[in-house]
Write a protein that binds this ligand. Structure first.
Ligand code: NDP
Ligand code: HEM
Length: 494
């Protein structure tokens, strides 16, 4: 016992007995003055914080990003400044709809959230395992998420709500096709790609701007479950992703991704036939080829899941010099939404928590509030406003982004007006072989069970516009399911 630390209260007072509560007599009641007991119970009452409103179930690990190819002509971001340069990072994967206790092997989009601890501050790239998204106007995000979460009366997830919304929102077709294809149910985080999804921007020392998309291709290969395999996995374990990711890293099998960018010169944005800032569209590789940049390796499991994964706060608002936003309006809403969510979920100074703390000097004038556990942020108590004459931190114009031209009358533009929601899903559908198509049809039909026929018909109308073969395939799969249900009903009871 002599070499073990002495247990204390959280105020540091050594504890003499951590086994027995303080009672009046051997068989008597407890005393209110047993502060050790009160402290223990009070802390337990506060052990849970609100879960993320979306992406609540997650799995994370630490690692590094290494530059393998020079892209410094596009960006002066220090993270890309030299071949061989390494930057520490945290990567959190997640499902979207399920709560914290949800099973891992569920069909859903997966989050792919990166925090790069660069010398110019944290750069967060909060993407998914899909290059596109269900909506292109952020005004629809809360409505969309409502259809993914529980019905207010039944407290069950509702296929009717999902297909009602999707069939009324044809911009979702591209993402829906990916979700119900093989890649909608990866075996574990290391077997899927990641995408920044949005268009972002790079800028360089010459003041030139490029639009950019980020891609992370798995080096482990794509591995996916069928619905039937996933049901069997969930029957055995609800934590198959945590087991696979934690286990692999623990055994020294470090997952890797190759990092690529697509680069579009600023002026091209006015020329592409599709809106390059529309989150429901990809930039075809034929137009903007993948340029290899580097590699990500995950090589360290967190020591404490709550402190390092649950308390991690990723936000698309966290950009660094040389990397910036774009006119993608979903991205713009996210610039607000995440930091706001973190202030609610974690507290005002959430960025001072160790996992979120930048690994570079931080000097700001934000003042008090929850979690103000750092002292004077920049060493001079008199410099608590700006401008000041007492040596407080000041701006540096070399960090100014080149100006961006914006124009156009302010209006609520109809984002569906003249937009082609069918060509890119068609390009994807034509990549699928016969087996992939058959599984896509079966997965869609299974997910539509119980949905009113008029909603199914509306959705089939969209599939028809992608390709008649697509609609016919889903129609057949629906008929087969209806046939087996009828057969089952006719079978004599045992
Ligand atoms: P390409 O043939 O050049 O690229 C196809 C892309 O699709 C590759 O990134 C590939 O990823 C991915 N892919 C291949 N098979 C599947 C599959 N079964 N399910 C999902 N993704 C798959 O074509 P384009 O760039 O012209 O794009 C055609 C379609 O491919 C798009 O409409 C889009 O749906 C999809 N896609 C395009 C991406 C892009 O950024 N252009 C990115 C991802 C998908 P991998 O190399 O890992 O196999
Ligand atoms: C998590 C909002 C679209 C990927 C979250 C959270 C919020 C949110 C509030 C929880 C944050 C937290 O508590 O830490 C929104 C809004 C969107 C949007 C308002 C659109 C208007 C997207 C898109 C992507 C995405 C398009 C991917 C391309 C993620 C990921 C997480 C997340 C990966 C989990 C981050 C983590 O691991 O902590 N989102 N989201 N979201 N979102 Fe979004």
């Amino acid at each position: 016992m002599a070499d073990r630390p002495i247990l204390t209260t959280s105020a540091g007072a050594p504890i003499g007995d951590n086994q027995n509560a303080l009672s009046a007599g051997a068989r008597g009641p407890l005393l209110l003055q047993d502060y050790q007991l009160i402290e223990k119970l009070a802390h337990q009452n506060r052990e849970r914080i609100p879960e993320r409103v979306v992406h609540a179930k997650g799995w994370g690990a630490f690692g590094t990003f290494t530059v393998t190819h020079d892209i410094s002509r596009y960006t002066n971001a220090k993270i890309f400044s030299a071949v061989g340069k390494q930057t520490d990072l945290l990567l959190r994967f997640s499902t979207v709809a399920g709560e914290q206790g949800a099973a891992d092997a569920e069909r859903d989009v997966r989050g792919f959230a990166l925090k790069f601890y660069t010398e110019d501050g944290n750069w967060d790239l909060v993407g998914n395992n899909t290059p596109v998204f269900f909506i292109r106007d952020p005004y629809k995000f809360p409505d969309f998420i409502r259809t993914q979460k529980r019905h207010p009366r039944t407290n069950l997830r509702s296929a009717t709500a999902m297909w009602d919304f999707w069939s009324l929102s044809p911009e979702s077709l591209h993402q829906v096709t990916i979700l119900f294809s093989d890649r909608g149910l990866p075996v574990a985080p290391q077997y899927m790609n990641g995408y920044g999804s949005h268009s972002y921007s790079f800028w360089n020392d010459a003041g030139e701007r490029y639009w950019v998309k980020f891609h992370f291709k798995t080096q482990q290969g794509h591995r996916v479950h069928s619905n039937e395999e996933a049901a069997e996995v969930i029957g055995r374990s609800r934590e198959s992703y945590q087991e696979a990711l934690y286990g692999a890293i623990d055994r020294g099998e470090f997952p890797k991704w190759t990092v690529y960018v697509q680069i579009m010169p600023e002026a091209d944005a006015d020329k592409t036939p599709y809106d390059p800032f529309d989150l429901t569209k990809v930039w075809p590789h034929g137009d903007y080829p993948l340029i290899e940049v580097g590699e990500i390796v995950l090589d360290r499991n967190p020591d404490n899941y709550f402190a390092e994964v649950e308390q991690a706060a990723f936000s698309p608002s966290n950009i660094v010099k040389g990397i910036s936003f774009s006119p993608d309006r979903v991205l713009q809403a996210r610039i607000f939404a995440y930091a706001d969510a973190h202030r609610h979920r974690l507290g005002t100074h959430y960025e001072a928590l160790p996992v979120n703390q930048p690994k570079c000097p931080v000097h700001h004038y934000h003042k008090d509030g929850q979690m103000r556990f750092f002292g004077t942020a920049h060493g001079n108590a008199d410099a608590y406003y700006e401008p000041n004459s007492f040596g407080g931190p000041v701006e540096d114009p070399s960090y100014r982004e080149p100006p961006l031209n914006l124009s156009g009358p302010a209006r609520r533009y109809d984002h569906r007006d003249g937009n082609d929601d069918y060509s890119q899903p068609r390009a994807l559908f034509s990549l699928f072989d016969a087996g992939e198509k058959a599984r896509l049809f079966a997965n869609l039909a299974a997910a539509m069970q119980g949905v009113p026929q008029f909603i199914v018909d509306r959705q089939l109308g969209h599939f028809e516009k992608i390709a008649p073969e697509y609609a016919a395939g889903v129609r057949d799969a629906l008929a087969r399911l209806a046939g087996s249900a009828e057969e089952a009903a006719l079978e004599p009871a045992e």
